[in-house]
Design a protein around this ligand. Structure first.
Ligand code: SF4
Length: 201
């Protein structure tokens, strides 16, 4: 996996002070994407054990609330393995720090790909026009690693950026179609549960 930048002490992408890892590679290609340089899977720098240590060290202070993965698309199959391995180490070392992931995929699609929900629960193109709906759905390829990664994650901010739904007042998201989803509650209740973050007035 390649990455663009590691930010420490960020306060824009999730609650509290956070470490941000901007992974490289994204196939969504949203119009007016804020970070189009990172669409290329070889953008930036190669991710190695050195970056894992740097991130784990940056997470150590008590005032750091957790990590946010964004990009790029952290849930692309090419990036997912590295994101999973780092998430495992974070939750082992710092079980109370939170993991947020920004993904252009819908949570329903990710859960279907992970074999947790069935594909018929993925909204249709009519409801969410620019999001992908399982074009290459292959349960066997995805289940295990994706399922583990989702279960380690506290929040997924989902959906592609839609320029016609852009709203600068939104908290922790760029366009109104995107949702801040509480993953443990969603898994427990079997339905999408939004995390409670108020937008700016
Ligand atoms: S999913 Fe994010 S990084 Fe990818 S094109 Fe859309 S806004 Fe850009």
């Amino acid at each position: 996996m390649y990455y663009g930048v590691i930010k420490k002490n960020d306060i824009a992408n999730g609650p509290g002070v956070r470490v941000n890892l901007f992974v490289s590679g994204c196939t969504h290609k949203c119009e007016d994407c804020f970070n189009a340089d990172t669409w290329a899977f070889d953008y930036g720098f190669e991710y190695t054990e050195k970056q894992t240590k740097e991130i784990l060290d940056a997470l150590a202070p008590e005032y750091v609330a957790g990590i946010t993965f964004l990009g790029g698309e952290p849930m692309e199959p090419a990036s997912r393995g590295t994101v999973l391995e780092l998430s495992r180490q974070i939750k082992t070392l710092y079980p109370y720090k939170t993991i947020w992931i920004y993904s252009g995929y819908l949570v329903e699609e990710l859960l279907a790909r992970a074999g947790i929900w069935t594909p018929d629960r993925v909204p249709t193109y009519d409801q969410v026009p620019r999001n992908r709906v399982l074009p290459d759905y292959n349960p066997a390829a995805d289940h295990e690693a994706l399922s583990e990664l989702i279960r380690l994650t506290d929040v997924i901010v989902d959906g592609e950026f839609m320029k016609e739904k852009k709203n600068l007042r939104l908290k922790f998201r760029g366009s109104e179609n995107q949702r801040i989803i509480d993953i443990p509650s969603t898994l427990k209740e079997g339905t999408i549960i939004l995390a409670d973050y108020k937008d700016r007035a």
